[in-house]
Design a protein around this ligand. Sequence first.
Ligand SMILES: [Zn+2]
Length: 248
Amino acid sequence: MQLTDDVFLVGGGNLAFNLSSGADCHVYIVRSGDELAVIDAGVGLGMDLVLANMARDGLDPSRVRSIFATHYHVDHAGALARWRRLTGGRVHVSTGSAAAVEHGDENAVGLAQARKGGYYPADYQLEPCPVDVAFEDGDRFPIGNLQLTAIASPGHCNGHTVYLLEGGERSALFSGDCLFWGGTIILQNIPDCSIPEYAATMERLAALEFDALLPGHLTISLRDGKRHAETAANAFRSLGLPRQAVQL
Ligand SMILES: [Zn+2]
């Protein structure tokens, strides 16, 4: 499903369009010239559907040069190893996520708790994935003629990163599970979810300029995406909390 000149949505689960496995986050493809990049891998249970969606959009998986995850929760990072095997693309995650991804650490990524909570099948296992690039806050990556900037955004969990895409017909923020339509967020009862870090992150996001808000789940804004960051930042500024995007 083509969203902009440069961005396609090829996977997504029960919290939006059911393009692939019910447990998938939004799986985005950025295209510039001959080069493709994946933004968030999905859970790995619906890869056949993801690949069928790519084929329908004329996207060749062998053109994927880079694979990025916003964070290590398995609806976003569970399929990293499969994408890497399938495409030969280089896997990029933040330094704060790299160890958990490389070791397939089910406790660090919250899988043990999420499985108990009924979010994933009882036999779902996280496949460890080699990390080709462990990046720092502010690192920039070319995708064809476009630029992708990694922006540290802890709060939802440790090592969370949002990505700002610039250089195309419109800019976009891939906000993972940090910021959703309507200025909503996702707080979870997990050890690495932090309200003060979330509030500081939202100030950073509210200071960015971008057109489209492309979150990890739920509704997408193709224009005026920045307003959602302002709404969430205002809630934190008034010492409250933004609304939950999903009632857990
Ligand atoms: Zn998610």
